[in-house]
Design a protein around this ligand. Structure first.
Ligand SMILES: NC(=O)C1=CN([C@@H]2O[C@H](COP(=O)(O)OP(=O)(O)OC[C@H]3O[C@@H](n4cnc5c(N)ncnc54)[C@H](OP(=O)(O)O)[C@@H]3O)[C@@H](O)[C@H]2O)[C@@H](O)CC1
Ligand SMILES: Nc1ncnc2c1ncn2[C@@H]1O[C@H](COP(=O)(O)OP(=O)(O)O)[C@@H](O)[C@H]1O
Ligand SMILES: [K+]
Length: 493
């Protein structure tokens, strides 16, 4: 699991570590790691042109010291300051190694002629959008065409949230020190970070629990339920799926398919006859219980391990009664799509619940759960809003979108690293709900089911892509390959 800590936590940990080390030791460690990555990004260091974008704080200091190391190896290193203040000792080291500071009139030329641009404008000390003088340099870097290496995080990205106000550096590689920063894993920040490389400066023992985690394949493999010798279909888990309606039959087919391909003991589809027939035509292994919209909700099956409710189900009064009945039970429930809209009108259905609950909204649906909040605010600061919803509803929230974020009260949030815009296709969310629901029925907690479901869903999108567009049905087909890849990474095959 890659772990990320907030700026306040990093500062406290750094303070504790610095108190035991000689002055400047941490910056030397950081700069050494930075210079090593910079050297790997250049075909050869000797003779290469390196432009350093240098802000007034220690982030600029890191860039200057790394620049000094590259200059000693024969690179032509030019430091472009963003303002009058520059880390003095770092500048002295660069000068002693043969590098130099350039004036504003040379800045654009130096940056566009560089073989590598190192962004040391601001790191964890950045507040709000980049100031004009810094934004201009970030813009030159974007237009230069040279590879860009960001120091600690791309300047202009909020370290704690990933929010970006105005201009921000677009890095090919980000070297981050001591621990990851949440903004490196959450869009829009994650989209600016490129490949994230971690440099250990010895902070680990000083760090408390992280704010955010990003799982790797072996973390997922360690969680996936797998049948044992004693398993039967009931022990492996029975998932009830209340999805689809006369108008949206596909949602039922896709949610059931996602669940079946994820591996589950049994999928019971619950819905009206015409939709159930469609589900069975696609998936003869599913078991259907016919329930017309006018049927009393008391007829819902009781012997189930977990529920998925909502995709394509509609907003009619019977759907509301059905939701109320399912949430009144003690089984784990994944609430998606239309059921989330219904929940926005009756939040107490989840707030009063003690059994495990997983909500899987996209930003528009989450806005319905958080009155007074707009979809755009949620997309700009997804970590904050997913966390708030988890706390207000007292359950697990998986916020879908360009970065899928999972939040639970009192636990570190999770950012899914496998997402791809290929997933943004109608019906893809229905597949995710079936897939995550199967894992819930298999005995995973809502947090683990959400994390594994999102990871496999993203991986399936990537594996299904052979250069052509991917449809939601293709995602279902690729789930087994995604599971296989994860199992291989975990050394289970
Ligand atoms: N601490 C450690 O042990 C270690 C720290 N390390 C490194 O130090 C970095 C943190 O350094 P830091 O604390 O000096 O802050 P930093 O990121 O350089 O930013 C402050 C400067 O930016 C400016 N500024 C602020 N907002 C701005 C904006 N919107 N737009 C433009 N400018 C803005 C602000 O200006 P001011 O507000 O003071 O006028 C000030 O000049 C950290 O990320 C890592 O790289 C490593 O060496 C490992 C050991
Ligand atoms: N830009 C994107 N990058 C990565 N994943 C995305 C992006 N946009 C959407 N997704 C993913 O695609 C899926 C869409 O789900 P949803 O919005 O519920 O669609 P639908 O209701 O049509 O199934 C979610 O898993 C979401 O995380
Ligand atoms: K930076």
């Amino acid at each position: 699991m890659r772990e990320a800590h907030t700026v306040d936590t990093v500062r406290r940990a750094e303070g504790a570590l610095m108190a035991r080390l000689p002055e400047g030791a941490l910056m030397r460690r950081a700069a050494a790691g930075l210079a090593a990555v910079a050297a790997r990004m250049l075909p050869r260091v000797y003779g290469a042109r390196v432009a350093l974008l240098v802000g007034g704080g220690d982030n600029g200091g890191d860039a200057l010291y790394a620049g000094a190391t590259l200059a000693r190896r024969g690179a032509a290193v030019r430091a472009v300051p963003a303002g009058p203040r520059v880390h003095e000792a770092g500048l002295a080291a660069l000068r002693a190694a043969g590098g130099r500071l350039v004036g504003a009139e040379e800045a654009e030329g130096e940056i566009s002629a560089a073989d590598l641009v190192i962004d040391g404008l601001v790191g964890i000390g950045g507040r709000g959008g980049l100031r004009a003088s810094h934004a201009v340099l970030a813009g030159y870097a974007t237009r230069s065409g040279a590879p860009v290496l960001a120091v600690d995080l791309p300047s202009g990205v909020d370290a704690d949230t990933g929010a970006v106000e105005g201009e921000a550096v677009h890095a090919d590689v980000t070297v981050t020190f001591g621990t990851h920063k949440p903004g490196l894993f959450v869009d829009p920040g994650a989209g600016h970070a490129g490949v994230v490389e971690f440099v250990d400066i010895g902070l680990g023992p000083e760090l408390p629990a992280p704010r955010l985690c990003a799982p790797r394949a072996d973390d997922i493999a360690a969680l996936l339920p797998r049948p044992g010798v004693e398993s039967d279909k009931y022990r492996r888990g029975v998932l009830a799926v209340a999805a689809g309606s006369g108008r949206y039959r596909g949602a039922a087919v896709l949610a059931v398919g996602g669940a079946l391909r994820a591996g589950v003991g049994m999928v019971r589809y619950i819905g009206q006859e015409s939709v159930a027939a469609e589900v069975i035509r696609h998936w003869p292994e599913a078991v259907a219980s016919v329930l017309e919209p006018t049927d009393p909700a008391g007829r819902l099956p009781t012997h189930v391990g977990a529920w998925v409710i909502g995709p394509g189900r509609g907003l009619h009064p019977a759907a509301e009664v059905e939701l109320e009945t399912v949430l009144a039970g003690d089984r784990p429930v994944l609430v998606d799509a239309d059921a989330i809209t219904l929940l926005g009108r009756r939040p107490h259905l989840v707030r009063d619940r003690t059994a495990p609950t997983l909500l899987t909204p996209h930003a528009g649906e989450l806005a319905r759960l958080l009155p007074g909040t707009e979809r755009d605010d949620i997309e700009a600061r997804r970590l904050e809003h997913a966390t708030r919803a988890a706390e207000e509803y007292g359950c697990t929230v998986l916020l879908k979108g360009s970065t899928t974020v999972i939040a639970e009260p009192g636990a570190p949030a999770v950012a899914n690293p496998t997402g791809t815009p290929l997933l943004a296709t109608a019906g893809s969310g229905d597949v995710l709900s079936g897939l995550s629901g199967a894992l819930l029925a298999g005995g995973l907690t809502p947090g683990a089911a959400a994390m594994c479901g999102a990871f496999l869903h993203g991986l399936a999108g990537r594996l299904a892509h052979d250069g052509a567009p991917v449809s939601a049905s293709d995602l279902i087909g690729a789930i087994p390959a995604a599971v296989r890849l994860v199992e291989e990474a975990g050394g289970r095959r």
